[in-house]
Write a protein that binds this ligand. Structure first.
Ligand SMILES: [Zn+2]
Length: 340
């Protein structure tokens, strides 16, 4: 089981996080006598290779030792290429909506989604759910590390090996690398540091690839892409198993390779998802926009609702080039742009 070093000043909350963490062992950081000893202890722990992830409470005001502050911990994490996730009980930190993704990258500055040096967790979730997500992230980083350190990995195809990208989906995944130099640097060249590679790739998968439907589709996006409503999709999703994403961080949610969904539909001789599900003897309800009854074609990044062409506007924030199913409703888009 991977280990996570947790910076949490409230023991009760730590116990709750621990109760939710079913896939990793959470260990609480204990400050020592004074600042200097504590800082050295912190460095030793971070450099020890014991941990797959650091988890940071954004409010550490109950710690009496001054050095245990989020700025210090972020600095140490980034100096040593240690993956870091941050959480807060304060829901205003991730206030902009309710899109159901375990990790919401909304608090990152534009352009940071792919290259960010942290993962921000959804502050609207309970401690147990946060604990669970932390443990799933640790598992993800651990599995990236396992693949990266295997000798059989061929340089240049590293990302696709990590993700287990089906060959039909490679081009679309590569669109998510553009503009994220921390990751594109590894796609061809020999890596200078395995640790740095593991951390950068993990951040990229969680902050850039999974939350923006395009190459990989979550439940809402997959239903919209296949042109069916949520109830048809959940009744028929077992027929899509072979298209499911099996790479690192898969426990954060179910994702399907869009290009493999295309293959499934085409293999059955169908033109679209509606025909595909009809072919499975399902009563098919069509995907419709939440604002009107037109056919839904996009997913709102803010609310996770399905939107038609009229009600969906492009977001003027940095998005991965391949994220062509992501839109927002007009008023949400304005809010989001203001907020970011
Ligand atoms: Zn509409």
């Amino acid at each position: 089981m991977p280990k996570v070093l947790v910076f949490e000043d409230d023991e009760k909350r730590f116990k709750l996080l621990q109760a939710g963490a079913d896939a990793a062992e959470l260990i609480r950081f204990e400050p020592l006598e004074d600042d200097r000893e504590t800082y050295e202890h912190l460095l030793r722990e971070v450099q020890s290779n014991k941990y797959s992830l650091l988890a940071l409470d954004l409010d550490l005001s109950k710690y009496t030792v001054g050095v245990v502050r989020r700025e210090t911990i972020r600095g140490v994490a980034s100096d040593h290429y240690m993956p870091l996730c941050a959480y807060s009980a304060n829901s205003s930190i991730t206030a902009a909506g309710s899109r159901e993704h375990a990790v919401r990258p909304l608090t990152l500055a534009p352009g940071e989604f792919g290259g960010a040096n942290q993962i921000i967790l959804d502050g609207t979730k309970s401690e147990k759910e946060v604990g669970r997500t932390i443990s799933q992230l640790a598992t993800g980083f651990e599995s990236v590390a396992n693949i990266v350190t295997e000798d059989r990995v061929r340089r240049g195809r590293l990302l696709h090996q990590i993700l287990q990208t089906p060959s039909v989906a490679e081009r679309r995944v590569e669109q998510y690398i553009w503009g994220t130099p921390a990751v594109s640097a590894f796609s061809g060249a020999e890596a200078d540091s395995l640790k740095r590679m593991v951390t950068s790739v993990g951040y990229w998968v969680v902050n850039c690839l999974l939350p923006f439907p395009g190459a990989l589709l979550d439940e809402v996006a997959a239903a919209v892409y296949l042109k069916v409503g949520a109830s048809t999709f959940s009744a028929g999703r077992s027929h899509l198993e072979t298209a499911e994403y099996q790479g690192p961080f898969r426990s954060l949610g179910t994702y399907w390779w869009r290009d493999l969904l295309d293959d499934l539909v085409a293999e059955g001789g169908h033109d679209n998802g509606i025909e595909f599900f009809r072919g499975k003897d399902l009563d098919v309800e069509r995907a419709v926009c939440v604002k009107c009854d037109q056919v839904a074609e996009f997913v709102s990044f803010v609310t996770g609702d399905s939107l038609c062409r009229t009600h969906a506007v492009p977001l003027r924030i940095w998005l991965p080039a391949g994220a062509d199913l992501v839109r927002a409703e007009e008023d949400e888009a304005e809010h989001l742009e203001f907020w970011i």
